[in-house]
Design a protein around this ligand. Structure first.
Ligand code: SF4
Ligand code: ZN
Length: 309
């Protein structure tokens, strides 16, 4: 016997949300999701309705769902989409095409930074450097820097990213095990600007699981990428996800509990974690803890490997 939706009581339920003890039809699930995003924005004071919000869109389901849901939740908010084309053969062109399709559908302005055109490098080129087995680590540094730069140039007050509950709870766990307290603190839902003129950073999907983002895209006809990055072996990420999955089996609220406990811990940690004094990077002028920032060091490394340095 089909189960009726716990909200509208008329359509058949297709999605079970264990932590909310709810079974919903697709339409009520989409409403539930948008309300959850709005709830996080309001509970954590992520932005004001007159702020310009930039959404970092990769082409993946999380950031696609985020941009779509913010448009539904705040139709009058000034939202712009920011995308970094990483120059990864086939993959990056596919991601950009999906982002263009999404922003056109939502009538959202799109700003793209193409690292091949702007920097003369591709993320794939890191394989020719000491980062050969850690391309994702170098890629993360490049993306963080370029999104900051794109946000600044687009006049963005608040930069929203698609970090989901599984990502954040997994990374929190990992940083806890390895005692990386400074990195644990950086997982806060709202981070202040790096310096004057930079955007603050927010994670509106921090309470929403990866699976809910996928369902939102599927039920809401939200375009997102259909191929994986060739460098996403993600062993560490997968292991973390498996551990959280095992721990969540008997307790569907487990990831939320991890998040909530760490969010309680972060203000205490902030008092003891020393913040490095920031200087201006001698190359790009961004705030940096050393004379040359991590981004400029990595770009120089690739250029040297390519014989362009
Ligand atoms: Fe970058 Fe790694 Fe993600 Fe590929 S999988 S886009 S290399 S972070
Ligand atoms: Zn720099």
């Amino acid at each position: 016997m089909p189960v009726l939706c716990g909200k509208c009581h008329s359509a058949n339920a297709e999605v079970h949300i264990p932590y909310a003890k709810l079974s919903l039809c697709p339409k009520c699930f989409l409403d539930f999701y948008v309300r959850r995003v709005k709830g996080a924005v309001e509970d954590f004071g992520m932005f004001k309705e007159d702020d310009v919000v930039g959404v970092a869109v990769s082409g993946g389901k999380d950031s696609a769902a985020l941009l779509h849901a913010l448009r539904q939740a705040y139709p009058n908010l000034k939202v712009v989409a920011l995308h970094v084309n990483l120059g990864i053969p086939k993959y990056s062109a596919h991601c950009q095409a999906k982002v263009e399709e999404l922003t056109k559908m939502l009538d959202v302005e799109l700003h793209v930074f193409n690292i091949v055109k702007e920097l003369g490098i591709r993320i794939s080129d890191f394989r020719k450097t000491v980062f050969r087995k850690k391309v994702c680590s170098a890629c993360g540094t490049v993306k963080r820097h370029v999104f900051e730069d794109l946000a600044r140039k687009a006049g963005v007050d608040v930069l929203a990213t698609g970090h989901n509950l599984d990502d954040v709870a997994g990374v929190m766990f990992n940083n806890f095990f390895y005692g990386r307290w400074d990195q644990l603190v950086r997982l806060k839902p709202v981070l202040p600007p790096l310096a004057e003129g930079f955007a603050s950073k927010v994670k509106p999907l921090i309470r929403i699981s990866e699976n809910e983002n996928l369902l939102y895209c599927l039920y809401g006809d939200v375009p997102f990428r259909e191929i994986d990055c060739p460098y996403s072996s993600g062993t560490g990420v997968r292991k973390r996800a498996e551990i959280l999955e095992i721990l969540s089996r008997d307790n569907p609220y487990f990831r939320h509990q991890v998040l909530n406990r760490f969010l309680e811990l972060i203000p205490l940690l902030e008092n003891v974690v020393s913040k490095p004094a920031l200087v201006k990077c001698q190359v790009c002028g961004f705030p940096s803890s050393s004379d040359v920032c991590a981004f400029c060091k990595r770009v120089a490394l690739v250029k040297k490997a390519l014989g362009k340095g």
